[in-house]
Design a binder for this molecule. Sequence first.
Ligand SMILES: [Zn+2]
Length: 896
Amino acid sequence: MNPSRRPSFIDRALSHVLQGFDPTALVLAFVILLAPAGAGAEPVFSFASTPGKLPKTVVPIHYALDLAPDLDKLTFAGSEVVDIEVMEPTGRLVLNAVDITIHSAAIEDDAASEIALDAAAQTVTLVFPRPIAAGRHRLHMSYTGRINRFGRGLFMVDYPTADGRKRMMSSHLEPADARRIFPGWDEPAFKASFALTVTVPQEFLAVSNMPVGSEEPAGDGRKRVAFQATPRMSSYLFVLAAGDLERITADAGGVTVGVVAARGKGQHGRYALDTAVDLLRYYNDYFGIAYPLPKLDLIAVPGGFGGAMENWGGITFFESRLLFDPATSAGEARRGIFGIVAHEMAHLWFGDLVTTAWWDNIWLNEGFASWMQAKAAEALHPDWQTWLNGNGFRQVAMSEDARRTTHPIQQPIANETEAMAAFDSITYAKGQALIRMVENYLGEDAFRAGIRAYMKSHAYSNATTADLWGALEAASGKPVTAIASAYTEQGGIPLVVATATCVNGNQRIALRQERFTVHDPEARPQRWQVPVVRGGVGGTPAGETVLLDGAAEIAAGRCGEPVKLNLDDVGYYRVQYDDPMLAALTRSIDRLAPADRANLVGDTWALVEAGRAAPAAFFDLVDRLIGDDNRAVTEQIIRALTRIDHLEWNRPERAALQAYGRAVLRPVFERIGWDAAPSEPADYTLLRARLIGVLGTFGDDAIMAEARRRFALFVKDPTSLPTELRGTVTNLVGRHADRATYDTLLALARKTTNTDERVRYFSAAASARDPELARATLAIALTDELPASLVGSLITQVASQGEQRELAWSFVKENLATLAVRQGPAFQNTFPANLMANFTDAAHAAELAGFAPAQATSGGRIVAARSYERIMTDADFSAQQLPAVDEWLKRRMARP
Ligand SMILES: [Zn+2]
């Protein structure tokens, strides 16, 4: 239902099209009327034509659910009554269910004559002896299900406390695991209300989407907790968490905001709570619709899954992403907590109130929430410079998007394995970048007016991307669909190629567009309308936008004056300057704003990766930036150097690369040092930790010696090491650990009840280069000590050390069956392929291609194909460009 539109390629020579949008834009070349690139073919939302597997002739209106979990037996008994609307008479109902046993089903008093579960399709078909007439009916079912350890559906987590190990449960349902808790219509367009009753131990706190309506004793030390009914919502937004928990609350304009955490940790939710109150006010205003539920809980879960999930009214977080303990958390961890809370709370509108109709449009949820989290941070904490410092996130998406296995932001999704594979950097980071570019192009006010109109017309319902572009177009009067759909309906990145000429002392710049690819020589040419923002260097007037559709020529001051394209790094495209233009920019690099310096470094490195520029172009730029203490700029340099380091693993040339890395990064580190100065810039804290980590990795002996010294002091007196440096120092020490240090790290990990610290110490131990210690770490992965989510990151951490990747991969192969049971059904789909991406040689790529478990589902094949291409991209870069990199480094390091 949502075919990607493939715009036919129009000969570039014919399309000298330039339209000035900004009134101050310069030249308007002659315009040829063409079908606009990427004119949207997607229809607006309609329930009947939304993709999905379930028949649309029966819809749920309201679910009354009654659950009785048994956390010892890891099972639960369930009964549900679903009010349904039958559109046309039918003798059978098809709904979703997986891993549950249905004992009875009846419409009113008519029992189903057949209950047929289809495990592959994750459906159950109920057959009735008499046809069900059109109209309202009640479906009654009783069933039993399972509580698992792998973080999908209803899951349990064991966690350490001062009083010993405890067990709680929580749920995680996106994209398609509500069907593990109750049989139902588990596709996002089937919205209904939910009223949950749950029976739990008397001392438990149970949390769901809505406030508790009533509570009564249920005998045997248990209680029945009945929650108020939710508004209409998609099934994947249902939540249930229960355990020995506590809750702190605050009032936010009549809405009760709470942080729920394991008993004893509630106070560590204070920062998140204050943040949520601020954000609720900000979002109520921005969206123009007040948050519609009476309460909002942020629930800290000490395991089970990684990030966070925007269940309406009860957002769940991996504990260390939400809680802040001043005794152990780095102060700057507040930025991360703010970011993830802002992201999830944006979903309360974009996702929960207005929901993507089908998973082909999941970017509407994720791209938007990712954009909003940065926008909210810029509004409430401008000193964090979130757009500037978040630049690396977009670079990850651009790396993926340049390859053959990229995909359009909107893509057909056939099943839940493909839906899971869609939660990737294209969906999040390219989606975020596109929305930022569109907002910048339309202006903040027009953009917000469009968003408000979109929210209003789709509240409690669903939408497609076409609905969003339509609302923005109506509010702004600009051709949003024509521009934006080329970015959502085709994969890939525009490359703007700029060439300067000099006519009577006046500089003219010819612009043309191509498709930017890495390792994809056969790529299909594509076309976009690119809002190119250009400006001079150093305080010249604000940027001017030209909409590049094919090719154009612009006047640009006097000959030789530096001209920066993609000014302020707002656009989703790469730029290739001709040599004189790049030289002019490099000469005046000190006068470029940090965002433009970071953008220039990022683009130049990408051109090297694409084989479009010699390594010298990149290194000359880096040489000019030695001593630059901007974090975003440094991060771009580190990104390239660590990638080269990864490819150089086990090669003699690695020494020169690491020596160069130290020469580049040492001067800034020497300025900022190990210890914070009272009035240093805010970003120094993060930059310091980052530089220590990278310099240690690059073999800086002084850094390593100091890290060891500080770690030894820390073990005796934890307050001696600032919280900001604990992660970095423990990690460096872990990497070079001997048996005694390794044991110390494990002892620290096992002593703490703080999830953040637990993760830190286990991760440091898992970094050990000594194969004996790596084997000891992998052995822990087979015990019950850690929850599934941490087991995955433990193995990943071992594999990320070049020395141990073969060992980790062998371990996964040998224990595949055991791990698959423990880690859950997604494990084989994604984990082996992602682990293999640590390799950089063709032999391992071939092994992945032939590794059957990774190819078993269509979603798995997508992930495997991406990893395969990543490995081959690395292998080919090593063969084709690395020799020139090495040559440059050799000459550079031979200089006195
Ligand atoms: Zn999200």
